[in-house]
Design a binder for this molecule. Structure first.
Ligand code: ADP
Length: 791
């Protein structure tokens, strides 16, 4: 039976636009202001192509004013206290609910997505996000007593979930005491402007939320502004890359939620009808314009034809049409340029030989529409399988075994989400940890909730939004009065000319090599670097590592994959054993440190003692850094698992040569990562003396690799390496900038610290939760369960 039309009236949204005379200014410091340059642009209804309103294009002066307003408001917003902020966030949640229909209609008009989705999914999730974060605001003093806000946050969001992305950004930022300048996407500014009105309506203090409309150039101005302490971005990987480069060396915190090409795996024992229904949500929800869309169907070969038949039959029933019709499944593509991109990728796919199938249902002849599309016979390397299409286009491949399924699933540069369909819970929970993705939905898809973190692995970005894990993006450790100078800075020695004494026998040379894959390895360069004491006497030489040595070290670290799978108890045992072997030689290590740095023996001994304590500290954590079970809405168990990142490159500080190194390496390996370590360039012998300790501690080869040489150049090489998942750099601001800039190849995480600010001897800042968080990424695995009544 055919559905009749069930149109939702656009009148309330049109009236709202009309009350603003069809033109909107910028919301800065609690008032509406025209852009200084007076520029505007139009936003369109993509379903009809008709203009909806004119909005201001914010330029440099406007960005300046908005940042100033946010800066001016920040201290008072933080000092308002937890309960005060909770009250405002609660008020925002209530207002979103009160105006929910207006928000839903306006969103459907401006974006082209079906009203059913905005009404039933987007807007309820927005309200939920503000409620949830009203709670976090209230709980901040007890749950995060050692943290304070980051400051002023620049937030740049995309057009696919305009209000939802706004909520994901603004709610946690405000809860943690920050103020924000947010730029909505140029195609979809209207609900953000309505939200600004809501902020005014509840009397949110002026300057706490500032909304700047504009295109990418406004976004670029925000990312470059020195008055912004953190950038939170959601959008394409290309723009994410530009933002990483633009903010390199600026000291700004950065979180990026980028593109995806998420796999949707159907095993032969799955409930195929449920899986096909899931697939509809995975790829045809929001016209496929979803960063975590299940756009790659991977289906077990023996059920592939059956699945394709069911998918095609279901596609025939999908209705493409007016976003404001409540029976519409698939609305309009956001803008002509996106439609062109989808069309062009589909044509490329056909040219590459993939088989296209589209339903007989026709699209409206005007406006931006694209029919639901299925591609079969897709090669894993084809453009269809690799590029994010961001449209209603599903591409399918088959697999035979679970191992092959995992391999195909991970054969992408992205890592945002994945769906796994099987009735075998053992198989599902074996596969989920092997998938390189921030979210894994078991027998479900596209489930979101404020209580669960969301975010990517690999080129899908870093940082999490939602849940407790999302809050860390918006806080920093409380500044503490320094108890002592940050580090014991020793003067840089100058080499003396060393002439051999007449007739003296040459001493037995001790030039340690590099340490790669559990063995000492000669540096590829064949060069060595002298190590001097403070008087300029040569204490020894170390090898000068090169790009080739870094490659070998990364290869060795990748080969140590079983370390990640080993359990925490085993890792703890090895760290204790390492402490035991270090303790056995502590006097020797202290003597070496004293010789190199010129410190007295007692101070050097203190450093070694602290190293032993740190071994115990991370041995203790190795089997205790638990994940969580999130209380997500709906009938789900959501497991938030802390997973290692893979290979971490670690560039160590100059001073505290042993303690600095171990403070960084121990948390990394305790959490199951393998490391490539660049020790203190000036005092490398503390690291090279460790080789024997490592060799006698049962640490598998490849878990710690040590490459001596020019720290900053080697760190940059590590940052360029695509198999390195994160680089921790403790050194100079210039070196940190090089690392951040070079990290954009695979969009690796970076953690950069100024070595003059790090006090490794302080047991509050030199060890702890921040190190464990940097060493892990949270994967949320959603496992729905059936309602009792359906049994
Ligand atoms: P999408 O592919 O989802 O359109 P984009 O990455 O192009 O994503 O856009 C996401 C957001 O980033 C939008 O608000 C856009 O205006 C903004 N943007 C585009 N270019 C830049 C840039 N160079 N710097 C900062 N923001 C930008």
């Amino acid at each position: 039976m055919e559905y009749g039309p069930a149109p939702e009236s656009a009148a309330p949204a049109q009236q709202w636009i009309a009350t603003h005379s069809g033109a909107f200014d910028l919301y800065i410091g609690g008032v509406w202001r025209k852009s200084v340059a007076g520029e505007t642009f139009e936003t369109f209804d993509p379903a009809t192509g008709q203009p909806l309103a004119a909005v201001a294009q914010a330029g440099a002066d406007d960005v300046e004013a908005a940042v100033e307003a946010a800066r001016g408001a920040q201290a008072a917003w933080w000092e308002l206290g937890a309960h005060g902020r909770a009250r405002y966030l609660y008020a925002l949640a209530r207002q979103v609910q009160k105006h929910s229909r207006l928000f839903a209609v306006l969103e459907a008009l401006d974006n082209g997505k079906p009203i059913r989705e905005t009404r039933d999914i987007d807007i309820p999730l927005v309200a939920r996000h503000f409620y949830h974060h009203a709670g976090w605001a209230q709980l901040m003093p007890t749950e995060m007593p050692d943290y304070q806000p980051v400051g002023v946050i620049g937030q740049i969001i995309p057009w696919n979930f305009p209000l939802l992305m706004l909520a994901w950004k603004i709610a946690p930022a405000l809860a943690m005491g920050n103020t924000v300048v947010l730029k909505p996407a140029e195609y979809t500014p209207l609900t953000a402007l309505l939200f600004a009105e809501v902020c005014a309506e509840i009397g949110l203090p002026a300057g706490v939320v500032n909304i700047l409309t504009g295109d990418g150039s406004t976004g670029a101005l925000l990312t470059q502004h020195a008055g912004i302490d953190k950038i939170a971005f959601t959008g394409s990987t290309e723009v994410g890359r530009l933002i990483r480069q633009a903010t390199a060396g600026s000291g700004k915190k950065l979180s990026l939620e980028l593109g995806g090409k998420s796999p949707f795996l159907i095993f032969d024992d799955a409930d195929l009808d449920a899986a096909v229904e899931g697939l509809v949500d995975a790829i045809w929800f929001n016209q496929g314009q979803v960063c975590c869309a299940g756009s790659r169907l991977l289906v077990q070969e023996n059920v592939a034809d059956r699945v394709y038949r069911k998918v095609r039959a279901r596609m025939e029933t999908l209705r493409v049409g007016s976003p404001l019709d409540k029976t519409t499944d698939i609305g309009a593509i956001v803008a002509p340029v996106q439609l062109e991109r989808i069309t062009s990728l589909v044509q490329q796919g056909q040219a590459e030989g993939a088989t296209l199938w589209q339903s007989a249902n026709t699209c409206p002849s005007t406006g931006c529409f694209f029919p639901p599309t299925l591609f079969t016979d897709v090669a894993p390397s084809s453009v269809l399988a690799q590029e994010e299409i961001f449209g209603p286009v599903l591409v399918s491949m088959t697999f035979r075994t679970p191992a092959e399924a995992v391999e195909l699933a991970n054969n992408t540069r992205y890592g945002l989400a994945a769906s796994v369909w099987t009735e075998n819970i053992g198989l599902a929970l074996d596969i989920a940890p092997k998938l390189k993705a921030g979210t894994v939905w078991v027998n479900s898809t596209n489930l979101f909730d404020a209580a669960s973190g969301f975010g990517g692995y690999r080129e899908s970005g870093y940082g999490r939004e939602g849940g407790r894990e999302g809050l860390w993006e918006y806080v920093k450790v409380k500044e503490r009065p320094k108890t002592r100078s940050a580090s014991i800075a020793t003067p840089k020695p100058v080499a003396k000319e060393v002439l051999p004494a007449a007739n003296a026998l040459p001493s037995i040379d001790r030039t340690p090599k590099l340490y790669i894959a559990g063995k000492q390895a000669r540096p590829d360069s064949g060069y060595s670097i002298p190590v001097l004491d403070p008087q300029g006497n040569v204490l020894g030489h170390v090898g000068e590592g090169t790009r080739k040595d870094i490659r070998n070290a990364v290869e060795a670290a990748r080969g140590a994959g079983s370390w990640a799978k080993s359990n925490g108890h085993l890792r703890a045992q090895i760290l204790y054993y390492l402490a035991e072997n270090l303790a056995y030689r502590s006097t020797e290590f202290a003597a070496q440190i004293a010789r190199m740095t010129g410190q007295n023996h007692a101070t050097a001994m203190q450093e070694v003692d602290l190293c032993l304590e740190r071994c115990y500290f991370y041995a203790a954590w190795a089997d205790k850094y638990d994940g969580a079970v999130h209380q997500t809405a709906g009938r789900n168990v959501t497991l938030a698992m802390n997973e290692p990142l893979g290979v971490i490159g670690i560039a160590c500080p100059t001073e505290s040569p042993l303690l600095g190194l171990l403070s960084l390496v121990l948390p990394a390996i305790a959490m199951g990562n393998a490391t490539v370590v660049l020790p203190s360039e000036r005092y490398p012998l503390a690291a090279t003396d460790l080789y024997q300790v490592l060799e006698t501690s049962d640490l598998p080869g490849g878990v710690i690799n040590i490459v001596t040489g020019k720290r900053d150049s080697l760190a940059e090489i590590l940052a360029q390496h695509d198999e390195v998942a994160s680089v921790w750099y403790v050194g100079t601001p210039e070196g940190g900038k090089r690392v951040e800039h070079a990290s954009t190849g695979n969009m690796k995480r970076t953690w950069v610290q100024d070595e003059t600010q790090c006090d490794w001897r302080d047991s509050v800042v030199g060890q702890g939760a921040e190190f464990l968080r940097q060493a892990t990424q949270v994967k949320n695995i959603w496992i729905p369960y059936t309602d009792e009544v359906s049994w």
